[in-house]
Design a protein around this ligand. Sequence first.
Ligand code: PLP
Length: 464
Amino acid sequence: MSLPKDGLPAEQVLDEIRALRAADRPTHGGRLFAYVYDPGLDGLDELAMSAYALAAHVNGLDPTAFPSLLAMENTLVGAAATLLGGGPDTVGNVTSGGTESLMLAVKAARDGAPGVERPRMVVPVTGHAAFTKAAHYLGVALDLVPASPSTLRPAAEDVAAAIGPDTVLVACSAPAYAHGVVDPVAEIAAVASAAGVRCHVDACFGGWTLPYLRRLGVDVPPFDLSVPGVTSISVDLHKYAYTPKGVSVLLHRDAELRRPQYFAYAGWPGYTMVNPVISSTRSGGPIAAAYAVLRHIGDSGYLALASRTLEAVRSLALAVSGVEGLRLLAPLESTVVCFTADSFDVFVLADELAARGWHTQPQFAYGELPASIHLSVTASVAPRVAEFGPDLAAAAQAARAAGPVSLPSVSLDTPLPELLAALGFGAGLPDRMAPVNALLNAAPPEVREALLVDFLGHLQRPAL
Ligand SMILES: Cc1ncc(COP(=O)(O)O)c(C=O)c1O
């Protein structure tokens, strides 16, 4: 579909988008457990979109030209700093998301140690894949630290042992995405500090809920800037602060630590470029929308949302424990419920749940950990939890009756179009993803990566 010769009426193009959106997973309604964070608050989308529209054309490239954006960004950073143990010296920026926040934490650490020729960073294996991406983009070598298969946590002694003279950063998670488990931040920050190395806490997922869960009585260990040795922390507002996509905050303990995060260049004939983040031009839309959402929900609103989420997490976990053959893989420390099936195929179970309108996130086996189902639980799930238990029981029964999925008899080096046809891909995904997931689960990670890159490349072609 190329450009229409003459422009189309506004209502028609909106209808086109609505028609396209019909194929998407439901972003509201509490039945989607990944990708989308929904507070289930009436009117919030409309407010966010009005705010977005007010600032969509404002450019964050130069805050002196658009002080409104600077003021809103500083407000968001201030709110995050207040929530996450910041002090009078704390500084920060809004980035486009968790990945960018982590990349910038790594850049700041790398450029903050200019004497280190071959910089390295120490990251637990449970750390988000974005750390590996940052290492790859920024030429920083990665030293992975194992996590205990029982606690899913790295040991601070292993972190200490992995720190060497070229280490510029130690990272940990609060919590790690896959299982929702909080790393021993205080111990890790202590060993980093003893070695004179920066320590970044990836609280992208949980930074906006853990402080509220603590206020609700959950035993949340210290994880933020109040912990000595933590030098930076990231929190995604587009996750549990429930803002539209494109907003994360990266905080540093002080301005000196932040300084190498900036990129500045005056050696060309145009304007001197000074960027705190990866993009140069950036829309004010996401920042204004986040500003409106944070101020509209407010502290008591977030506490109430965390309370609803906690209730949902506990009810979902109870439902899992009530089904024979299912087992929680991780303790409930945040807003993740992660479980596995011991006596039937977890990928078939995910399909059976999808058939009943529950969209979960299957996770492949890793090391000693079995394949599992991940649920990122948001406040919108609370009103639906009573429906989940019976559906989960029925889905488990169906998965047990179906037996383990047999691996498709197609080799992974079959040319992609034939491979996809053999796996049942047509215009969209196959109805049942279990055979595909079983195949990917059995493939070595490098093969899986290459295959999925080819698959995305196959999808991402121009519509002519
Ligand atoms: C702990 C953690 N860190 C980083 C990220 C990356 O965030 P984004 O997808 O916004 O780039 C995620 C995303 O789920 C996450 O859970």
